[in-house]
Design a protein around this ligand. Sequence first.
Ligand SMILES: Nc1ncnc2c1ncn2[C@@H]1O[C@H](COP(=O)(O)OP(=O)(O)OP(=O)(O)O)[C@@H](O)[C@H]1O
Length: 694
Amino acid sequence: MSAPSEKSLPSGNEHNGASKAVENEEDAYKTLKLGVWRILLPNEIVSGGIVSATKHKCRAIVQAYPVVQQFFRQVYDLNPHLCLLFIALKLWGEIESVVFLYVSGRLLRIIEVGITEGRPDSSAILQALLAHLICVTVTATARWGRDYVSPILENTVSMHFDDYLLRAKLHLDMPTAADTSNRTQALAFHAWISFDGLCDAFMRLFGLVSQLLYISQQPNAGLLFTVIALARPVMTLVNEKTLWLQPHVAYSDNESYLRLKSLETMGQSRFRGDIISGGIAEWITEEYNGAKDALGTIGSQHSWTLYAMETSPLNQLLADWSGALPTMYWALNALLYPSQLSMTSIAILQQYSASLNSSLQLLFGGFSRVGKCFTDIKTLFDAASIVNQIVDGDLAYPRAEAEFEESKGMNIELHVSFAYPGEKSKESALNNISLCIPAGSLVVIVGANGSGKSTIIKLITRMYDVAGDGGGQVIIDGIPIQRYRMADLRQAQATLTQEHKLYPLTLAENIGLGHPKRVRDKEMILKAAKDGGAEELVGKMKNGMETMLDPVRTSFGYQLDGEKHRTLKGVLEKLEMATEVSGGETQRLVASRTFMRFQTNKIRLLCVDEPSSALDPRGEFELFERLRQIAEGKTMIFVTHRFGHLTKHADIILCMKDGAVIESGTHKELLTRNGEYASLYNVQAQAFTESEVC
Ligand SMILES: Nc1ncnc2c1ncn2[C@@H]1O[C@H](COP(=O)(O)OP(=O)(O)OP(=O)(O)O)[C@@H](O)[C@H]1O
């Protein structure tokens, strides 16, 4: 399916009532306009009407069936006894309606006989009443049991699938994660909702079959009455419109709606500082009201809701008329065969019809939910079966070949052109790069923003792969990078970039995870903190190394205004207190993690990409000096915008522009050449020379 063209998708600001299918230039799909939404649906579904839509629903369910089986097996294995108890209690919930039909019908008949004969049979009435009370008691106990068991099982299932999804997310590599088709909608809580929903549906089906069997055997009811009672729920099912079972893309191009959403986002706490300092709160409110007025009455609910609400009044009328059929049945019966019907039998028929109607409504209402459950389970399982685009190799690293064995560094050759995957990056990030970095050398890459410096590091560390068809090759120690086991290669690399983040874990873990096997080794962590310049920060923290950075918030409070709740408010404030670290401190901690990584003694390549923008000049100088010391003899690649100590120490400086290396050499050689490097260098040097002159 191609991207929507301007021509086929008019601006969303025109008024929009019922949906309208617009033919696209391509026959592949049609666009439905629903409120602020545009919904792209495969053509055959739109033009095929209700039959095609139903076919799609059924196909989605059939496709998901094998994973649903697997899902049930997994849930059962989590706690078989609890599962069986849960299902048994649900089953009773369905059987109880048949039992109640029987018990209350019997009571009515006994009372009718008593009234007709003028002599009520008190012992029979008492017996029937007792049976009724026993049923009520069993039902209440079963309901209590269900409420008790259900949260325990829910917790078990949700935790299991939280873990499952976490693994699925952690396994993705960079290009696979960036691919929009892999942007999963899977949520762990859908696992429980689906399990509960499917159990309900199966039980309801069971309960319904028992009701149908019972009712069709009863005098005055029979098969015809049963079929008539089915009419209303069947009509509801046929009328129902669901979008989630169909392949579709939904998006909004309504300018007012998009504006509203952007302005709403500005209410988030991350913008507070800017909004207060810029004094733009009033402007935001005015803009918001303007966008709201411009949007007017165009529907902005979820696209699924708008789609489901689109029923014709005639269909609605037909569904309601079919609901009146059971009443017509007994009214006609009373007219045609007055001697065969009593008030009791009418009341019993009414009970049957109400009971069947509610069970069928629940079942068919649940039927579309069954489809949703099936697709949710499939989405959940699909999330774990996404195949990574970067394929692992099978060669161990480092190689035992004599040529490289003795070296402490990594020999790197790059002969590549590279564009990031995805339609957005049509421009190549690297064009015909060809360079050789000998083992143990110190390389500094400089150049303007967007010239491709970081991309070189991403290819060397195999965050991305060059395209197989003519993209070129990255060669490590004489062998294409793809042939090595990725885990081995990564063990031999240490990276320090501005993109590295602090984890919501303790300070010790934040550093220790540079060497996961020694994450609890306090001595090693302290040494790394010292090397990374974070020692002072650790000393400042009340809980030292055990300080939690950016803890997950689980506290909340309601209605705590006024003096009366001062104590509770105090408790909440204490709970909410997060440990704030500055930008420079963050960079020191991240750098400490890199120093920790060096303690694995396996590092042969250090890649450093502008990790010091927030460090003070002394901090930056010390960091680079310590990195150079610790990585001595290993290959070092530094990306930087600052010319100084590093560039002077570099064996090779690569100067980049527009994805190409335009100059390379030592600091002195490049200055003599008086090209791009000299020009960039002079811009920085000028500032100091001028201030000295002043
Ligand atoms: N993940 C990505 N997806 C698509 N394009 C990207 C991605 N990362 C970078 N680019 C693009 O690739 C080009 C090179 O980016 P790169 O980050 O290598 O530049 P850089 O020289 O490191 O820039 P800077 O000095 O600003 O860090 C840029 O045009 C950038 O927009």
